[in-house]
Design a protein around this ligand. Structure first.
Ligand code: NAP
Length: 266
């Protein structure tokens, strides 16, 4: 039996176990997916390697710390964070599937990114992955963040422009944008939005990284003005799909993984 897992803290509400186990069931694989809450992430990766664990996902707060224990691929180095570790080689290799997760979420919805104008709100861990995803796919990008110095630093890394968060600045940025992504935690288990409804328009595609609830205030406001929306479960799904495909020789059963995920969200 192959054992996969997730390390992070806290992880008790993680949706990765049902999503990955749905894939094992759909493909009749002899595998299990467990959650682990180590205090020392580097020791945990070394221990997992010694134990013959087949693959690990990594979440908050360990995505940077595990870099020390793995050989990061080019994307993980670029983002400065690892969310997927593969133990099949001589040394554990670190990947970042959040970036491809964002790109595949847009592709799944037939939304082109190349030559599009995008606004990203948020410059934390998720914001960094979204920024790299959008720029690598050829979008022009403007990054807004509450702490402006973080927007400025991320913008410098990915060659984007930047600004702060206030209603007027966001409205100006969104006015001629094709794509808007929220990668702040605003709206998570609350009815708040990081972008005022008045800034939204029908020509936007709005993606939210927040997936609890699935329909955030931002996405509800976007739908109300006729914009297209992509909820946060799509990014979560496709980072998991990419991790599964790093670990196995199989094409991920996307529909089964998506159904398992969505049955646990509302
Ligand atoms: P993080 O690194 O802690 O960053 C948090 C971000 O939210 C920062 O940009 C922060 O701004 C901003 N923020 C927090 N409170 C705010 C407020 N009251 N007003 C304005 N901005 C505020 O967290 P993260 O890992 O990037 O996660 C952000 C969100 O994305 C979370 O809801 C998480 O669940 C979600 N997420 C989803 C996926 C997915 O697959 N769908 C993956 C990763 C994360 P400052 O810099 O000013 O503090």
């Amino acid at each position: 039996m192959d054992v996969y897992g997730l390390i992070g803290s806290p992880i008790e509400h993680s949706l990765s176990p049902p999503m990955h186990e749905a894939a094992y069931e759909a493909l009749d694989l002899d595998a299990r997916y467990v959650t682990l809450e180590p205090t020392d992430p580097v020791a945990a990766v070394n221990g997992a390697d010694a134990l013959g664990i087949a693959g690990l996902n990594v979440t908050i707060p360990y995505k940077q710390a595990v870099l020390e224990a793995v050989e990061p691929d080019a994307m993980a180095q670029r983002v400065g964070a690892v969310n997927t570790i593969d133990f099949s080689g001589a040394r554990p290799t670190g990947h970042n599937t959040d970036v491809i997760g964002v790109q595949r979420a847009f592709a799944h919805h037939d939304v082109a990114l190349s030559d599009q104008t995008a606004v990203l709100v948020g410059a934390g861990g998720a914001g960094r992955a979204v920024a790299v995803a959008l720029r690598d796919a050829g979008a022009r990008l403007r990054i807004h963040n509450r702490t402006e110095s973080k927007a400025k630093a991320l913008a410098a890394d990915v060659d984007a422009t930047w600004g702060g968060i206030n209603d007027e600045t966001l409205a100006t940025a969104c006015a001629d944008a094709d794509i808007l992504v929220n990668a702040t935690s605003v709206g998570m288990e609350s009815d708040e939005t990081p972008v005022p409804a008045a800034a939204l328009h029908a020509d936007l595609t709005v993606m939210d990284a927040v997936y609890r609830p699935l329909e955030t205030r931002l996405l509800a406001d976007a739908t109300a003005v006729g914009a297209d929306t992509i909820d946060g479960a799509w990014m979560l799904l496709f980072q998991g799909v990419a991790a599964f495909e790093h670990w196995t020789d199989h094409t991920a059963p996307v529909d089964a993984m998506n159904a398992a995920l969505r049955s646990r969200l509302e």
